[in-house]
Design a protein around this ligand. Sequence first.
Ligand SMILES: [Zn+2]
Ligand SMILES: [Zn+2]
Length: 77
Amino acid sequence: MCVGSGSVIASREVPQSCPYCSKLISNFYNLKKHIATMHQSPAFYHACAHCSAAFRTAEYLRKHLVNVHKYPVKKKK
Ligand SMILES: [Zn+2]
Ligand SMILES: [Zn+2]
């Protein structure tokens, strides 16, 4: 086993960060799957106005706004 040879091909097997939401995905193939399911449904595409994150549903976006950007949580009466 040779580790650290700097092979370009090996980069497909290392964790990849999603260009849309910066989430770390275990490998290149799962990243493509993640992008297809999470970010490639235009009808359900909700992009964050504060950063480059994007979500499939408004609910995911709302959670992101609360967790990352400290939006106040609106409580139902
Ligand atoms: Zn993503
Ligand atoms: Zn954001």
